[in-house]
Design a protein around this ligand. Structure first.
Ligand SMILES: Nc1ncnc2c1ncn2[C@@H]1O[C@H](COP(=O)(O)OP(=O)(O)OP(=O)(O)O)[C@@H](O)[C@H]1O
Ligand SMILES: Cc1ncsc1CCO
Ligand SMILES: [Mg+2]
Length: 264
C-alpha cells in the first residue's frame, strides 16, 4: 500500500487535454480574495472560461448552469460560506461536479469545521497540499498557514482514506503530486520550486482540476492530467524565468502553448 504509485502515462494527458480543449469548460469559482485574478488568467490561458459569481443570491443559480464549480476556503467568512453552501446545493441536482480546495485546514477551527461539513456533500475532487490533506483526513499535520511542511508521499495514505470516505478523487500536491480514488493512484512528477514562491499555483490548480472534472470518462485520469498540465507549465516557465516576477507571465504562456499532440 505504501509503495510509490507509477507515473501517469503521457498518452493519458494527451487524451484528457484534447477532450478539455474540445469542451472549454465554464468554471464557477468561489475562491479566495488573494488569487481571483490569477485563477481566472490560468483558466483562460488553458482555454476554459472562468466566472467568479460570489453573491449568495446568484451563486445558486449559476452553479447549476456551469460545467464545474470550485470551492476554495482560503479567505472564508460567513457570507462566502453561505454562498458556497447555496452553490453546492444547486450544483448537485444539476450534475455540476464541484471541487474542494481546503486551504489552511488544520489549525484553524472555523474553516476546518466548515471543510469537514463540505466533505459530506459529495465533492467530485479535493486538491490540497500535504498538510491540508493530512489534516482534513484527521491526521496530525505540520501546516504553516496556507503552506505545507509535510511531504506529499507521506500524505498519500491520508489521501486514499479521504477519497474512500468522501467518494472524491483526491490530489495531494508537492514536489511530486499524487492522485487517488482510494484504490488506484498516479504519481505526477514535474513542476518547480518557483511554483511555491508565487501565490496561488495550488489554488489555480484546483480550478483547473474542477475544469477537468467537467469531462466525461475516467475522472482519476482527468484530475491527474490537470496536475500534469500545470506541473509541465511550471517546469517550462522556470527555465525562462529569473525569479517569481518573471515566472508568472512565463507560466501563463506555457499553459497557453500546451498542445495535446505534444503529449502523445
Ligand atoms: N517542491 C516542488 N517542486 C516542484 N513542484 C512543486 C513543488 N512544490 C509544489 N509544486 C507544484 O506547485 C503547485 C502547487 O502545489 P502546492 O502543494 O504548493 O499547493 P498549495 O500549497 O495549495 O499552493 P497555494 O496555496 O499557494 O495556492 C503544484 O502544481 C505542485 O506540483
Ligand atoms: C496567502 C493566502 N492567504 C489566504 S488564502 C491565500 C492564498 C494561498 O492559498
Ligand atoms: Mg493551497
Amino acid at each position: 500500500m505504501n509503495t510509490r504509485p507509477v507515473n501517469l502515462p503521457t498518452a493519458d494527458v494527451a487524451d484528457s487535454l484534447s477532450h478539455f480543449h474540445q469542451r472549454a469548460p465554464l468554471v464557477h469559482c468561489l475562491t479566495n480574495d488573494v488569487v481571483q485574478s490569477f485563477t481566472a488568467n490560468v483558466l483562460l490561458a488553458l482555454g476554459a472560461s472562468p466566472a467568479m459569481v460570489i453573491a449568495p443570491e446568484e451563486a445558486a443559480q449559476f452553479s447549476a448552469l456551469a460545467d464545474a464549480l470550485l470551492i476554495n476556503i482560503g479567505t472564508l467568512e460567513a457570507g462566502r460560506a453561505e454562498a458556497m453552501l447555496a452553490a453546492i446545493e444547486h450544483a448537485l441536482p444539476a450534475g455540476t461536479p464541484w471541487v474542494l480546495d481546503p486551504v489552511a485546514v488544520g489549525g484553524l477551527t472555523y474553516r476546518t469545521g466548515f471543510a469537514r461539513r463540505l466533505l459530506t456533500l459529495r465533492p467530485a475532487a479535493i486538491r490540497g497540499n500535504a498538510s491540508e490533506i493530512m489534516a482534513l483526513s484527521g491526521e496530525t499535520s505540520r501546516g504553516r498557514g496556507v503552506d505545507s511542511r509535510d511531504d506529499s508521499l507521506a500524505a498519500l495514505p491520508a489521501a486514499r482514506e479521504l477519497a474512500r470516505r468522501s467518494g472524491a478523487i483526491v490530489a495531494v500536491t508537492g514536489a511530486v503530486d499524487y492522485v487517488t480514488d482510494g484504490e488506484r493512484a498516479w504519481a505526477v512528477p514535474g513542476g518547480d520550486r518557483l511554483m511555491t514562491r508565487v501565490v496561488g499555483t495550488g489554488c489555480a490548480l484546483s480550478a483547473v482540476v474542477a475544469a477537468f472534472c467537467a469531462l466525461d470518462g475516467d475522472r482519476l485520469q482527468h484530475v491527474a492530467s490537470a496536475c500534469r498540465v500545470m506541473s509541465r507549465a511550471g517546469e517550462l516557465a522556470a527555465r525562462q524565468a529569473g525569479g517569481p516576477g518573471s515566472f508568472i507571465p512565463a507560466f501563463l504562456d506555457s499553459l497557453y502553448q500546451q498542445r495535446a499532440e505534444e503529449w502523445v
